[in-house]
Design a protein around this ligand. Structure first.
Ligand SMILES: [Ca+2]
Ligand SMILES: [Ca+2]
Ligand SMILES: [Ca+2]
Length: 135
């Protein structure tokens, strides 16, 4: 499995990035077991929660890995498994590519949505709850 694809899966497993369009046949299949493993990988200090700094680190790692041609933006060809609708939702300025800022904003919104108890951090339970609801 190429690293880029793995991290794309990671980003979507955390439920905070490129969630495949609901019912999309091309959506990456992510098991709960994988989600848990990826959450633990993103939880750098191992306290059982993802905070905004850990989220930011995860965003940058995923972005760099996904940017196959290294031009600093993500095109549709670099986001395999992301439906057109989801892509358009993340591409806020509508220029047909996704910048790091657009990913960051999208992730922060999802983070805030997953943070049910407004604690500024997201537990694995919150993450799993959020990604269930998204699908
Ligand atoms: Ca943590
Ligand atoms: Ca690129
Ligand atoms: Ca854009």
């Amino acid at each position: 499995m190429p690293t880029g694809r793995l991290l794309a899966t990671a980003a979507c497993a955390i439920g905070l990035a490129f969630a495949p369009a609901p019912g999309s046949a091309e959506g990456v299949i992510v098991t709960e077991q994988l989600e848990r493993a990826l959450f633990r990988a993103a939880d750098l200090d191992g306290d059982g929660f993802l905070d905004e700094a850990e989220l930011a680190a995860d965003v940058i790692a995923a972005f760099v890995a996904l940017d196959a041609d290294g031009d600093g933006v993500l095109g549709p060809d670099e986001l395999v498994g992301v439906g057109e609708e989801a892509f358009a939702r993340i591409d806020i300025n509508g220029d047909g590519v996704i910048s790091l800022d657009e990913v960051r904003l999208h992730k922060l919104n999802a983070f805030a949505a997953a943070d049910r108890y407004l604690t500024g951090r997201v537990s694995m339970a919150e993450m799993l709850f959020h990604s269930r609801r998204e699908r």
